[in-house]
Each structure stands twice: as C-alpha cells, then as structure tokens.
Design a protein around this ligand. Structure first.
Ligand code: PMP
Length: 416
C-alpha cells in the first residue's frame, strides 16, 4: 500500500474536522497587538485563549528590549550549538538568574519547551530505569516517555495511593535491574488547572527512592508568593529534583529552561541531545527573556493584577452556577455537557454574537458528551471584561440547555 494513501485516508482526531474548522476553529488568525481585545476576521473580540498570564507580551519595555537586541545582534548570533561555538555571557547570565529565581543552584536554557522536556526525560533515564508519571501529563511528557527504552508505569491523575503502588512495583523492578526511578508530573495541569500533588509525592521519598521531575509551564510566574511556581506555592521547591518551565506562557516569548542542583544541571549540559545537536537560542530571545524575568521578578503588580482577574472570573462563574471543576490556578475550565457539534455552534455564537474568543476542548481530549471552554485570565483583562464574559456565558448556557445549538448549521456539518 502507498504510505501517503494510507495516511490521507485517516487524517487523525483533529485533522478529521479540518474541512469545517480550518481558519475558524482551527488555525484561526488573531490579529493586532497582543492584548485582551484582538481582531478576528476583521472584528474585535475579547480573547481568553492566550497564555500571556502576566501581560508581559506587549509591555513597551519588553518590546523595546526585543527590538534593541534584534538591532544590535540580529537573529544569527551566536552561531552553532552552545557546546561548540554558540555560548555567550548573556546565555549564562540568564541561566543563573532563572536558577536563582526558582531557588535552584543551576539552570540550563532550552530552545523549545516541548523538545526540552523530551530530551530531559531521554537524558535522565536508560533502559534499567523506571518512569512513573501522571496520566494527565502534557504531550511533551507523554512523548518523552515514549522515547524511554525501559519500563514506565502510569498513575491516575493526582492519585497518590495508586502512585505508591506504582512506586512499589518500580522499586521491585529496579532492585533487579540496578536502575533508578523518575517520577514525572506537572506543577499546574494545563487543562484542569489542578496543582500536581507535589507535597504528597515528595513525602513518599521517605519510603521509596526516586527523583522528581516537574513541568511547571503554567505555574512559573503565576503561582507562589514570588511567582517561582507550584513548588513555592506548595512549599516543597527543594524536593523538586529537576524543575522545568517554558518561556511560552508567563514569559510571553519562546524558549525554556531546566533547573536543579549544580551536579544534575552539569550532567544535563553534557547529555541533553536537544541542545547539544541544535543551534543556540539567538540573542534577542536571550536579552528579551532577561528583560521579562526582571519584570516578572521585580514587579509583583503583574501577578497581583492577574489574580484580581482570576478571583473575579472564577468567583463570578461559580456564583452563577457554572462548573469550573477543581482548578487551583488561573486556568479556568468551564465544564458543559454537549456534543462536538454543539461545542462548535456554541463557540461560533460566542464569537459572532458576543465577540468572545475562547478555546473549546472537545472529544477525544475530554470524554464524549463533555465540552470544556478553557479560559485563561491575564493581567491584561479588566473587571468589565469579566462581567461581559459571565453574562455571555449565561446566555449561551441557556441556549445549550434548551437544545438550540443542536441543529445549527455548523453542528450539523460536524456530523454527529
Ligand atoms: N509543557 C507544558 C505543560 C506545556 O503546556 C507546553 C506548551 N507550551 C510545553 C511543555 C511546551 O512548551 P513550548 O511551547 O515552549 O514548546
């Protein structure tokens, strides 16, 4: 059989909706300055889908730092991988400042979060070792686990009792192989907004021998007294052996970092294939990240503004009877019941008639019959934006319940 013929016959769970979705639900174009209100198909919409938590993306100081660095250095410098010819004092300065901020000895820059997570997992374990990971982990963790040549045990999301069972199994196995155990979880789970049970996981170190790797993509900058993340929030940062965050969210940029003890970061520096075999981050990204880190660290008002909006949005939705699940972070899921078609009709109604742009999470990411509207509050939103959104949600909830979306043109086109 021709390989392409086989592939094109089955476009996958997302691709199968492309005909009715592309350009509107999938690959939409949000235009204009990154802010709470942007342009979608020529119309202003109130956006709730950008992870610009602290509103740093378009701060004039940030834009100036980015532009000045691009003018001074261009996008080429430094050329080559860090190890060979692509190192600078600025890369090292950023690593140390990030490590200091998250209270770790050392840090290492990564070009992308997704690749970084894969490569960290790949570097930390070999076939003798066992990975134990949370079932709701981000795709980058799942794909990193797929690279692992040894055993992996999964525990149901945040189920500590089950985790302990998996640790007992893993211990038995590693006693035979002579390997070690790596537990992987997230600081903040990006769909539910739940915090990983880091404290409870860390407490198990008294009974079992293992190391913890935490992906804190959504926690960095948003959680903890200083914004140092979920470990700080849960008072167990010291117990996180390998700490990761991307620059794609609170830092509003691109790139990522990993931090830990001097020794483990040194090991990663010499064994992380995503960095050893790839070009170093260009200077504007490094200088831009230094600026963002300075603002995130030295000016608590960004995080305070974020949390004012989070509290108003989550409290307001709950007051009106919406189910926002079990979130403990800014991530705000609004859980509704309906088909994929109804989700499409409802999202279209929100965009066209209420000028609200938010992402809908549908089957197969969530079970059939569940729709999650995922809202990301940011420091750029206002309390008026929150009120407007809650009123719109009340209206669409009424329509959903009365079955109004069931026969909408787009719902029928999704064919359910
Ligand atoms: N981990 C988590 C939990 C994420 O949400 C993401 C997506 N930003 C990544 C890793 C990947 O990061 P990046 O966008 O920098 O590749």
């Amino acid at each position: 059989m021709d390989l392409f013929e086989k592939l094109l016959a089955n476009q996958g769970p997302l691709g199968k909706h492309s005909e009715v979705s592309e350009g509107y639900f999938m690959f939409p174009k949000l235009e204009g300055e990154i802010s709470a209100r942007m342009q979608f198909m020529g119309k202003e919409v109130l956006t709730w889908s950008l992870n610009n938590y602290l509103g740093l993306a378009n701060q004039p100081e940030v834009r100036k730092a980015d532009a000045d660095a691009a003018a001074e250095w261009g996008l080429a410098y430094p050329m080559g991988a860090r190890m060979m010819s692509g190192n600078t004092v600025y890369h090292e300065q950023l690593e140390q400042e990030l490590a200091d901020f998250v209270d770790k000895e050392s840090g290492l820059l990564l070009n992308y979060g997704y690749q970084g997570v894969l490569s960290i997992i790949d570097a930390l374990v070999d076939r003798k070792d066992v990975i134990v990971y949370d079932a709701e982990s981000h795709a980058s963790i799942i794909d990193g686990v797929r690279l692992h040549m040894g055993k992996r045990f999964v525990f149901p999301h945040n189920d500590i009792e089950n985790l302990e069972k998996q640790l007992a199994r893993a211990t038995k196995l590693t006693n035979e192989t002579g390997g070690g155990i790596l537990v992987i979880t997230e600081g903040v789970f990006g769909m539910s907004g739940n915090l990983g049970k880091l404290r409870e996981i860390a407490d198990l170190k008294e009974k079992y021998e293992f190391r913890i790797f935490v992906d804190d993509a959504h926690g960095f900058g948003t959680m903890g007294a200083t914004g140092a993340g979920a470990g700080e929030e849960l008072d167990c940062q010291d117990e996180i052996d390998v700490y990761f965050s991307t620059f794609a969210k609170s830092m509003a940029a691109i790139g990522a970092f990993v931090a830990g003890s001097k020794e483990i970061v040194h090991f990663l520096k010499y064994n992380l294939r995503s960095q050893i075999f790839a070009k170093s981050l260009p200077m504007p990204f490094v200088i831009g990240a230094l600026k963002r880190l300075e603002m995130l660290r030295d000016d608590p008002s960004h995080k305070e503004k974020l949390w004012t909006i989070v509290t108003a949005l989550q409290g307001g939705l709950q007051e009106k009877g919406f189910n926002i699940g079990t979130t403990q972070s800014p991530v705000t899921p609004v859980v509704l019941n309906g088909t994929v078609g109804e989700a499409a009709a409802l999202s279209q109604d929100l965009r066209e008639n209420f000028s609200i742009f938010c992402s809908a999470v549908i089957y197969p990411v969530v079970p059939k019959g569940t729709i999650i509207l995922r809202l990301i509050p940011t420091a750029m939103h206002s309390l008026a934006d929150v009120d407007e959104t809650i009123s719109a949600f009340e209206a669409i909830m009424g329509k959903l319940k009365s079955g109004e979306y069931r026969n909408a043109e787009v719902a029928v086109a999704f064919g359910e």
